[in-house]
Ligand binder design. Sequence first.
Ligand SMILES: [Zn+2]
Length: 147
Amino acid sequence: MQAKFLTSVEVQSLQERLSLYEKQIEALKKRVICTRKDQEALRVRGRARMIELLGDPDSENFKANKRRGFSMLWSEYRQWFKPIRSYRDTLEKDYDAGIKFIEEWIPSVQQAISLSCCPLCQQQPGMTEIDDLKLCRSCAKIINEGR
Ligand SMILES: [Zn+2]
């Protein structure tokens, strides 16, 4: 059997259709919202990040500050991925960036103080009081060693 070769007109017509499909797919990607499973993963990551910042979910600090903390986190998230009204509206194409945003989210110094996060590293719960500031264990240790 002999292979049938496409004429240059046929090739050109295929190329045109292909590039049309590519444009349509690109346009769709800007509209497709991530799956339920991804939305749940974003929520779980957000909670894990809040536990890093505020401490154990059973702790007083977590209970007292979680509402404000989540509101700060998700409001900055929505600003970053504008225009979305909830993290659940994250586009599929932005999912990885969304996870990264949450994992790397650091409250401002002011936010950290109002949330009782360590204002020095803004990475861990402030558990140890030094000079009216609540610092995390690692930062408190460094300050104490310097004295
Ligand atoms: Zn610290």
